[in-house]
Design a protein around this ligand. Structure first.
Ligand SMILES: [Zn+2]
Length: 353
């Protein structure tokens, strides 16, 4: 090959390589994935007024361009089914088959997971899903929220916050569709909810609109103009396949809907969904023992007895009744309850339009 040929070959190689070369690496915190790479590591939450934490994440950076999807599990550390779903998904996501980028936040709240606590961090006693967008100089839950807001949510185009019934909650699977008033974002979120495939969807119009007081993980995305949903699949610390597979199937549905991967699952048609247009979380008036008298998924009338609250000696102190007719989304199914904590959630079925 003479010099002219060499030059020509080099130009040709550059031209062929350029679509790939144009795709930038993707960096989150101290982790960088090249196109076609799957990289796992930790986001560091530095120590401050209390101890620091680490957040295990995986970046799957596709060879082809596309959206950035963040999947966040383990905001509540006792919610195992979606945590396991992301562990199962990780090896199955082949960056060479993905258009775009997936950020897996495997366990957002490692202090709660390792401390085996429901609702609250064992370090600062706060609920991670009530402190968004977080603070760089707050307590550890607020600092975790700050890292997830700045490193994950602000980098993503779509966010799915994966929950389940907590360690004490029996739950019928459902998705929250949060309606913000931003029509474009709301329609994007609605399509995510349908793609996730659960047939009960709560229409939630009560989340704050202030991005600086977004409170909740998914709402932090929504108030920043990104479609997002909160999903609830699994319950009571259970880890059986049938509990884990619901979130797994939901994630495939979203990857297909966003055209990030070819999948067989199609979004659920809107008319297959039971839309729930009002909900109420019933909270315990006192500290004591709760005995549930209904199962999640049950249909109840206004006034149906949902459970009995008794004091620490077993004497009945309150009857908990449905505030309106609807469906029981979840109910506390283990005895201990503290004043002000949830006992059950009931939702009204949206009347036919
Ligand atoms: Zn949760």
């Amino acid at each position: 090959m003479n010099r002219m040929h060499t030059l020509f070959a080099a130009i040709l190689a550059l031209a062929v390589a350029s679509p790939l070369a144009a795709r930038e690496p993707f960096t989150v915190g101290g982790l960088t994935a090249q196109p076609g790479e799957r990289v796992s590591g930790f986001l560091e939450v530095p120590g401050g007024v209390d101890e620091g934490a680490r957040i295990p994440v995986t970046l799957i950076h596709g060879t082809k361009p596309g959206p950035v999807l963040a999947l966040i599990a383990g905001t509540h550390g006792y919610e195992y089914a979606p945590i396991l779903a992301l562990q199962w998904i990780r090896p199955q996501l082949d960056p060479n088959r993905i258009s775009g980028t997936v950020i897996l936040v495997h366990i957002a709240n490692l202090p709660s997971f390792l401390g085996r606590t429901i609702y609250y961090s064992p370090v600062d006693g706060k609920n991670l899903n009530r402190v968004y967008p977080g603070k760089p100089d707050g307590t550890v839950s607020e600092r975790i929220a700050y890292v997830i807001t700045t490193e994950v949510i602000e980098r993503a185009d779509y966010v799915v916050d994966l929950h389940c019934g907590d360690g004490n909650e029996a739950l019928r699977p459902y998705t929250y569709w949060m309606v913000s008033g931003n029509a474009k974002v709301d329609e994007g979120s609605r399509q995510l909810a349908l793609a996730f495939g659960l047939d009960h969807i709560v229409i939630d119009t009560h989340r704050p609109n202030d991005p600086q007081a977004s409170i909740y993980t998914a709402n932090t995305a929504i108030t920043r103009g990104k479609p997002a949903i909160t999903t609830e699949t699994g319950q009571l610390g259970q880890t059986e396949f049938k509990q884990v597979v619901m979130a797994l199937r939901g994630v495939w549905g979203i990857l297909g809907h966003l055209e990030m991967m070819e999948v067989l699952d199609k979004p659920l048609p809107a008319d297959r969904v039971v839309w729930l247009d009002r909900y109420e979380v019933l909270r315990s008036p006192e500290t004591g023992l709760f005995t549930a008298l209904v199962n999640p998924g049950h249909t109840v009338a206004k006034g149906t007895l949902l459970g009995i609250l008794s004091d620490l000696f077993g004497e009945k102190i309150a009857e908990i009744r449905a505030p309106f007719a609807g469906v029981v989304n979840y109910v506390v199914a283990t005895p201990p309850v503290s004043q002000g904590e949830p006992l059950a959630m009931v939702s009204r079925i949206q009347p036919e339009k």
